[in-house]
Ligand binder design. Structure first.
Ligand SMILES: Nc1ncnc2c1ncn2[C@@H]1O[C@H](COP(=O)(O)OP(=O)(O)O)[C@@H](O)[C@H]1O
Ligand SMILES: [Mg+2]
Length: 381
């Protein structure tokens, strides 16, 4: 990995691998500070491309295109961690890539990620590697049932994971993950889920957005509440665990750690995302420096910004399902004065597809949650 000695200053060009909503919000933050943004992905008219200066349409496997792309920018980052290692390596031949290839390598594969965490002495959901139906049977004897079988690579929003309740479910689950390398996890009967979004600078500086409470629906994030309604010690421990992860991985950039809070208050790390995260979207409206500006600052080698939060906040995702009864009632939703609307510019509102989100910042957490939920209901007419 090359090291940028000098900061990448405003006026420079940032390359973003991936072109979804995370890149879009990154590009908005970057352009606000006078940077230019180029994005590369296999898609056209993308959420990031609509905001970027240049949108390049190429496969991540096309290493020549990735090299040309990286040659035209001052630093490369990514908003999609499943870019192949070969693409990250090709980019690194022509420009610094942040976070580095090692962070991608570890976090894009559940087995490597969990092995890294447990070898680092960090608390992780009990897991077993599974490469055959026989190994799956042996692994469930060790971990017990219910359990969750997850593909080792390329999972997001609950895709590629199967919950098994009885021994009869094993064969179907093995078939469902495509009979390929997978991870078996004990099913955790948690009190709640929380996450910590944090950033680490080139100089080792560390900032975070505190513990955020996350509610999922159909394995997809539905609602985030900041700060999380957990005991102070739990929130503090989560932040310290996140700090340890960023330090051990030597992250330069933003990383999110997702946790299960068990009934006894202990924490288990569920997974890592080496980029801004859906559970940190509230920071765009509620914090002095958003997670996207923080990523920009970190990858450019600038000092990290103050993360202070203006007030209790809640974020509700808008999935394609909201379009079921036609165009949502935007006017009604933005009529809730504490609420901010974010739409990602995606043309096709498919069920389960993340199309946008709402954030509320209010004098109390209860009001922030109530306002954001009310605004979302108003959208649905
Ligand atoms: N071992 C588990 N025990 C209980 N719930 C789980 C477990 N694994 C996943 N889940 C539920 O599914 C959600 C999505 O799983 P996750 O591993 O975070 O995958 P993704 O990459 O799709 O976000 C989690 O946030 C949690 O609600
Ligand atoms: Mg997750």
């Amino acid at each position: 990995m090359r090291c940028v000695k000098k900061a990448v200053l405003p006026g420079s060009t940032i390359g973003v691998l991936g072109s979804g909503q995370l890149g879009r919000m990154f590009a908005i933050a970057a352009r606000r500070m006078g940077y230019r943004v180029h994005t590369l992905s296999p898609d056209e008219d993308t959420p990031t491309g609509q905001v970027a200066d240049v949108e390049i349409n190429a496969s991540y496997e096309d290493v020549d295109a990735v090299r040309r792309f990286a040659s035209g920018v001052d630093v490369v980052t990514f908003e999609f961690e499943n870019v192949p290692a070969t693409a990250a390596a090709a980019a690194a031949e022509c420009a610094p890539v942040r976070p580095g290839g090692y962070v991608l390598h570890v976090t894009q594969h559940r087995l490597r990620e969990k092995t890294f965490l447990s070898e680092a002495g960090l608390p992780v959901t009990p897991f077993q590697r599974v490469r055959s139906l026989e190994e799956l049977q042996a692994a469930t004897r060790k971990l017990g049932l219910p359990a969750v079988l997850k593909t080792a690579g390329f999972g997001y929003d609950g895709k590629g994971q199967y919950r098994m309740k009885t021994a009869q479910d094993l064969a179907a689950a093995w078939e469902a993950v495509g009979e390929q390398e997978a991870v078996l996890e004990a099913f955790i009967d948690f009190q709640c889920e929380i996450s910590v979004v944090a950033a680490r600078g080139e100089d080792g500086s560390f900032v975070h957005y505190g513990a955020v409470e996350n509610r999922h629906r159909n394995h997809i994030l539905d609602l985030s509440i900041a700060p999380a309604r957990v005991r102070l010690e739990i929130a503090r421990e989560a932040v310290e665990l996140a700090r340890a992860v960023l330090e051990k991985l030597e992250v330069v950039g933003v990383l999110c750690v997702e946790f299960f809070v068990r009934k006894d208050g202990s924490l288990l790390i569920n997974e890592l995302a080496p980029r801004p995260h859906n559970s940190g979207h509230f920071s765009f409206d509620a914090n002095l420096t958003s997670q996207f500006e923080q990523q920009l600052r970190a990858v450019c080698g600038l000092p990290l910004g103050d993360t202070r939060q203006f007030g209790p906040a809640a974020m509700a995702n808008l999935l394609g399902d909201i379009w079921d009864n036609g165009e949502p009632d935007w006017e009604a939703a933005v009529g809730v004065p504490t609420v901010k609307l974010h739409l990602y510019g995606k043309a096709e509102p498919r069920p389960g597809r993340k199309m946008g989100h709402l954030t509320a910042v209010a004098p109390t957490l209860e009001q922030a949650v109530a306002d954001v939920e009310r605004a979302r209901r108003l959208l649905e007419k």
